[in-house]
Write a protein that binds this ligand. Sequence first.
Ligand code: DGL
Length: 277
Amino acid sequence: MTKTATDYNNELPIGVFDSGVGGLTVLKALMRRLPGERFLYLGDCARLPYGTKSPQTVTRYALQAASVLASRGVKLMVIACNTASAIGLDAVRAAHPGIPVVGVVEPGAQAACKASRSGRIAVIATESTIRGRAYHRAITAIRPDAQVDGHACSLFVSLAEEGWHTGEIAEAVAMRYLDPIFNDAHAPDTLVLGCTHFPLLKQAIGNVINPEAAIVDSAGTTAQAVHGLVHDLGMGATEGHGGIRFLTTDDAARFARTGQGFLGRSIPEDDVRLVDL
Ligand code: DGL
């Protein structure tokens, strides 16, 4: 049965999960858009990367992460991982019918369709996201004439984790992946960063592709979608304290250290709890 506004506990946090710290780029956009909300973020760092795993494994991991958030009490869930959204969104929704669940693929597809004039859109993401063609389906559902090309760029994940966001090495890798896509008479006019880690490499990516091309990611449009849903369902926090708690499946100190670059602010180690899925 569909819930009504009064069925939700507005003071519960919004749950956000990702395979690691990458989803903090989405959390950053959510916090900016919904400053009065509390957030509970789970990074499944022990099992990262999801992007090279089979659909069965990614779905199982996504269901386990969602269960941990649901058991702690969240009013809405955001799957801030492109791979888990691309593969596990329907399963998570089916497992938690009482909690609205938002993925990042559809908002990313909306941003791409809005930005593209020619309809030629390139999507870069992890191997599993590209294999599952979720962006292809989401973009052509909005714009049936779009020509969508997907490319796995797995090394970008390691570069972002390592903190090598700009400079010679980041640009050499970007060149290797992206030059064949953009050095073409029918080059796309829009590039979708279909992975939580890729926004950190935006500058290096921008330096090697056609400067006219639009680079979009799903963080901003996901935050917009969540904001709209919170409003439509009447579930906005009334106490307006904000605040975030973090859960990780691996070393809390490492989560705090690597996460701050993605969140754009420091993460006190004491705010991070270790959990087992
Ligand atoms: N969070 C993943 C994504 O957005 C990238 C890292 C991983 O492979 O787990 O697809």
